[in-house]
Design a protein around this ligand. Sequence first.
Ligand code: XMP
Length: 531
Amino acid sequence: MSSTETRPSSADVSVAGELTDQRILVLDFGSQYAQLIARRVREQNVYCQIVRHDLTAQRIAALRPKGIILSGGPSSVYQDGAPQCDPALFDLGIPVLGICYGMQLACAALGGKVDHTPSREYGRASCNVQVSDGLFAGLPESIEVWMSHGDQVSAIADEFETLAATSTCPFAAIRHRSRPIFGMQFHPEVTHTPLGSQILRNFVRGVCGCEDSWRLSDFADEAIQRIRGIVGDRRVICGLSGGVDSSVVAALLYRAIGDQLSCILIDNGLLRKNEQSLVIDEFSNHFQTDLHVVDAEDRFLADLAGITEPQEKRRRIGHAFIECFKDEAEKIENAHFLAQGTLYPDVIESGADPDGPAATIKLHHNVGGLPDELGFELIEPLRDLFKDEVRRLGLELGLPESLVWRHPFPGPGLAVRCLGEVTRDKLAILREADAIVVQEIQDAGLYRETSQAFAVLLPVQSVGVMGDARTYDRAVAVRCVNTDDFMTADWSHLPYDLLAKISTRIINEVKGINRVCYDISSKPPATIEWE
Ligand code: XMP
């Protein structure tokens, strides 16, 4: 979503902060892993919130966290302009865990020394645990950890003691002798530190004393009450796209306000095979919402005629979407609210939370952001949740796994996978090829292991033979990637047999295709989509 643009006023449906008085704060020093730390803490059923690194100790105390985690970050602590924290936070008596840069910062503030390592350490290391209680309770003497740093702590103050070391890092983990302050040079939050979750658990449960207090079922109950209170007897409109986020928003709202919810699905003619019927099945037949399906294929395709430039395609699709949505929304009486599937990472990255980190530069290419002029008040019931939590919530609300685990699909849909000009014929070919890719990956049991898998219709024709005849038909690229965050991605190393089956089926079953290629580029330098 283009969250930095002016936004309609938003009803405050955030309930997470009130649901539990047990929260862990992550102070973000620019780490690529800050969100991962928060997700890992939440996996321990403890609420975790990411805040800006320069929050004052007073403000931190006012948020009453049970523990504070200082994230890693790309800077060197002594460098000019390096992000700092308020040193008074170490005096609050609240447990602190510094990870990587966070540890270096704590040490530098409390009498230790940080130096450049001769060469940047990046990768797995074997770590010797010297004190196996507290953070390392229940862990073996030797554990595998993930290092990623240029600097490291070279001396600790007398008030600190060493908990663990590696052959190149004498202070892999440390703690203050009398205060609940801990540091760790390695990253417990990444999966390359296999016992990292246990270490974080020891911190949030053992050291901070947090209990099992963050449960999605409680969240759902609380959010439903809050939504009912805010909405009263007015009506909420929710745009459905077939994707996970909007589906979960709709399911939650339906649970809260039943027939006061109206859903709108704009079929822009750029949806995947059977997408419209999937949404109708779920939201009209199963949930029986007031579902408005707008068949706008002609309108979108007319707007796209002759357009080949990807950003111009996006712009036109975005514009047409707003127009269609507006026309339909005007027909719905007493509509006051517009529900959106904004997630916690969107909130963090947009800088919308006053305690949260400053906005980061991230390319948001979502279309479908609806402007102020629609005049609705926004309701964003998922703004406290990470994607994996949204999925779990979706299942709790009764959405089927096939919908909850669907791969993301871009707002401009097949238009950015139909390279060059978008036409009805090309879309029909692409849709069939795409359905085969997805179905074969599902049948091979690999759908959940891949992050996105789809077909791209290339703007080339090539020569082939079929039977005795020469063909001059189109080519399709199969794109399949694995990624955690969609900012970087690796191409999926699918088995050859599966690729062979996909290729054979597409060429045999989709008229107009005589060649299939597999895209083996990573992001960066390539992107996931081709346009
Ligand atoms: P790229 O191609 O930039 O994609 O590597 C990263 C993720 O974003 C999705 N994507 C979009 N999503 N509107 C969207 O809503 C768009 O215009 C758009 N372009 C790319 C892409 O599918 C991937 O998940």
